[in-house]
Design a protein around this ligand. Structure first.
Ligand SMILES: *[C@@H]1O[C@H](CO)[C@@H](O)[C@H](O)[C@H]1NC(C)=O
Ligand SMILES: *[C@@H]1O[C@H](CO)[C@@H](O)[C@H](O)[C@H]1NC(C)=O
Ligand SMILES: *[C@@H]1O[C@H](CO)[C@@H](O)[C@H](O)[C@H]1NC(C)=O
Length: 709
């Protein structure tokens, strides 16, 4: 950064130059853009795709695991994970069915350097396509004028995958399911065909049912059957043949409850519901339609959940059946806050907000950190409290909620706030004879992880092979730095400092290493002082013990004026450095008790920091106008560099169009012209001129306001 110069004065200047340390690139933990569904069924012939995608910075990796946490990678010919994160279950032969692959629960895992999150569980069920046949069963014993019931009998092993799509009255009359039927025919949503007002001639017609497999779309048609009309004309009291049982339906969906009774004459149906404390008759309403054996409810709400009773009656008697409607509120989870920044040692609290409904069943909360379940009691609760936050607590926290087979999750990120460095360990003063190896160690904690540098009497360490600097960062993010001197020599003595620094601050530790021997003064590198600041120049004396250290300049012992001071450790302090008076050669001299001495000279140059002349923008600028301003550096040594920032950014963060209307041109080596044409609203903001020379970097900011038209 400052080639050929060394700054040992002007702490302010050093800090502003350290501005080059910028903030870390903005890091964000993963969050799902596409989360796979809770369940998927597929046929062995189609195979299945499960998409999963997540955003974050850096871009997250997507992996898959089983619900037990075992990695679910490629299995040749069976399962593949695509580069974009999609999990593919390939079509397979029945013999290649694998329980662990084809009937399993999976999770998508998104991870980046910030942390890891898990998706909800995905219940995967592969169905091996099997041939099946369906038959028609005609309910016997119905006489003229009554209702005949035809059922389509599907083998139980495919019953939940096969539905009746239509009935065919041969040769070519199709009857489709409807809620209310067309008078003569009524194909119920559950697949039964009702034929009302039987006449003698109905016996000559034959019927087939047509079914479709939900996954394979395979259509299977039954053999044909005829209705037979019973001879007797007696009354048959109702008996329930079929009803919907327990119906699970998602909130806001439509549903129909079905209850079919055999009876003659055709029964009347009445419906009762017990959704609260007492049973009430169900009446037709805007969302509710009573259609004989069908009770249709549109846009169900959680309050529709309950026990329903259908009552079928004719003058021969009555009967009833109980049905249950369970409305499933979508399980949704949120963690609050979604991003929390906590200082080292502070406390954090996350709350899991579950929106569900008590009637939907009990749910269980589990907390995860970076994809691992957090141990310990009390984690089952809605709040997660973390005390005494350490570096290892950073990452992604997830609340996973289970309700039956369903899971839902939400995640939040815990970031560490900035913390200035703290020294965990530092070296102590040592006095020794030349020869042995010496190791000096400093370790520091802070956020971000501090950088550690070393100096000897305020100058960089000698760059010779006997000196080795080693540094590493522990898993906890603490930095450990060593200076190892393989064979310590007299000239290595002096005051060693380790400096731990991050954007939140800086900490310095210094201690002496005394090596017995005659006085020795190391080379004094070229020193640059900043005009107006305080110069501290330590005489780099080695040898031990030392009796006396002195400074002189042009043959006169210092201090020579009131701005100068020589401290007992041999540091020369010059306050309010002035260019003309303080530039020059300084000599330091050290002596031991026996009268042995050493001396060495070094040059000090003084650099005047830049001073920017205040500038501003005109007022009353509106869109389409032009304006300009000049940043001029009134004082300060060259070489000077002048640059511009808009709202703190360089290059300017403007759209290409606005950028093309912005020009920066040097006028001479200490002025820069910023010119803006075709002004637009987005040109408004803070413009900062940055002037730097080897002594310091200074800034001046002016505000530009462009009014819309
Ligand atoms: C799926 O299984 C059925 C029944 O075993 C078989 O006939 C079919 O070929 C299988 N599909 C594939 C793609 O192998
Ligand atoms: C991944 O790529 C496949 C095809 O290559 C595509 O079908 C799938 O939708 C992609 N997944 C995502 C998450 O974009
Ligand atoms: C320095 O010495 C210490 C203590 O002997 C050792 O642990 C460390 O690895 C050494 N470091 C280097 C860079 O040699």
């Amino acid at each position: 950064m400052l080639v050929g110069y060394l700054i040992i004065a002007g702490a302010a200047a050093v800090v502003s130059l350290a501005g080059g340390h910028g903030f870390d690139a903005h890091l964000r933990g993963p969050s799902f853009l596409i989360e796979p569904p809770s369940r998927i069924e597929f046929s062995n012939s189609s195979g299945a795709w499960l998409d999963c995608a997540a955003s974050g910075s850096p871009a997250p990796n997507i992996d898959w695991s089983t619900a037990d946490g075992l990695p679910a990678g490629d299995v040749p010919g069976v399962r593949r994970v695509l580069r974009n994160g999609t999990l593919v279950l390939l079509p397979f032969q029945a013999a290649a069915f694998r329980q662990d692959v084809h009937s399993a629960a999976y999770r998508c895992v998104a991870s980046n350097s910030v942390g890891r999150i898990l998706s909800r569980d995905v219940q995967v069920r592969a169905i091996v396509t099997q041939a099946y046949t369906v038959d028609v069963e005609v309910v016997e014993g119905v006489s003229r004028g009554c209702t005949s019931i035809l059922r389509c009998v599907v083998p139980s092993h495919v019953k939940d995958l096969v539905r009746v799509v239509s009935w065919l009255q041969e040769p070519a009359f199709h009857i489709y399911p409807s809620l209310q039927g067309d008078g003569k025919f009524h194909l119920l949503p559950t697949g039964e065909l009702l034929i009302h007002s039987l006449e003698f001639s109905d016996q000559f017609l034959s019927y087939r049912c047509r079914t479709m497999h939900r996954l394979t779309r395979q259509v299977v048609v039954s053999s044909s059957a005829n209705i037979r009309i019973a001879e007797h004309r007696g009354v048959i009291p109702p008996t329930i043949l079929e009803h919907s049982g327990i119906i699970y339906v998602g909130q806001d969906e439509s549903t129909s409850l079905v209850c079919v009774a055999k009876a003659c004459p055709t029964p009347e149906y009445r419906w009762y519901a017990q959704t609260g404390a007492e049973q009430m008759p169900v009446l037709s309403g805007p969302r509710t339609r009573l259609l004989g054996p069908v009770l249709a409810i549109e846009a169900v709400t959680l309050s529709d959940s309950g026990v329903y009773q259908c009552l079928a009656s004719n003058h021969g008697g009555e009967t009833s059946a109980e049905l249950r409607l369970v409305v499933m509120a979508p399980l949704s989870v949120e963690v609050s806050p979604s991003l929390l920044s906590v200082h080292l040692g502070g406390n954090a609290e996350f709350t899991c907000i579950v929106s569900t409904h008590s009637q939907a069943g009990q749910h269980f909360i589990t907390w995860y950190k970076d994809g691992r379940q957090l141990p310990g009691a009390g984690r089952q609760s809605e709040t997660l409290t973390l005390n005494g936050i350490g570096r290892e607590d950073r990452g992604m926290y997830q609340c996973v909620v289970r309700r039956g087979d369903d899971t839902a999750q939400a995640s939040a990120e815990l970031q560490l706030g900035d913390a200035p460095p703290v020294l965990l360990y530092s070296f102590i003063e040592q006095t020794l004879q030349p020869g042995p190896a010496v190791s000096l160690k400093c370790s520091a904690a802070g956020n971000p992880t501090p950088q550690v540098s070393w100096t000897l009497d305020g100058f960089p360490l000698p760059t010779i092979t006997r000196f080795v600097i080693g540094q590493h960062v522990t898993v906890h993010g603490d930095v450990i730095s060593h200076v190892n001197i393989s064979q310590v020599m007299v000239e290595d003595g002096g005051e060693y400092s380790c400096i731990a620094e991050n954007r939140a601050g800086k900490v310095v530790h210094s201690a002496r290493l005394n090596v017995y021997g005659l006085p020795y003064i190391r080379v004094i590198p070229k020193v640059t002082a900043v005009a107006g600041e305080t110069l501290r120049l330590k005489c780099p004396v080695a040898g031990y013990p030392i009796e006396e250290i002195k400074w002189e300049r042009s043959g006169r012992e210092l201090p020579d004026n009131l701005r100068q001071k020589v401290l007992s450790d041999g540091t020369l302090v010059v306050s309010s450095v002035q260019k003309e008076l303080d530039t020059g050669t300084y000599t330091c001299w050290a002596r031991n008790k026996q009268g042995h001495s050493a001396r060495r000279s070094g040059d000090v140059t003084v650099i005047v920091p830049p001073i920017i002349e205040p500038f501003n923008f005109q007022e009353g600028l509106s869109e389409g106008m032009r304006t300009r301003t000049v940043c001029g550096v009134r004082a300060g040594d060259e070489p000077l560099t002048i640059s511009w920032l808009k709202d703190g950014h360089s290059p300017f963060q403007l759209s290409p169009k606005a950028l093309s209307d912005t020009s920066i041109s040097p006028i001479d080596s200490f002025s820069s012209l910023l010119s803006l044409s075709n002004l637009a609203a987005e040109h408004s903001g803070d413009y900062t001129c940055v002037a730097a020379n080897p002594a310091a970097e200074v800034r001046y900011t002016a505000k530009l306001q462009v009014k819309g038209n």
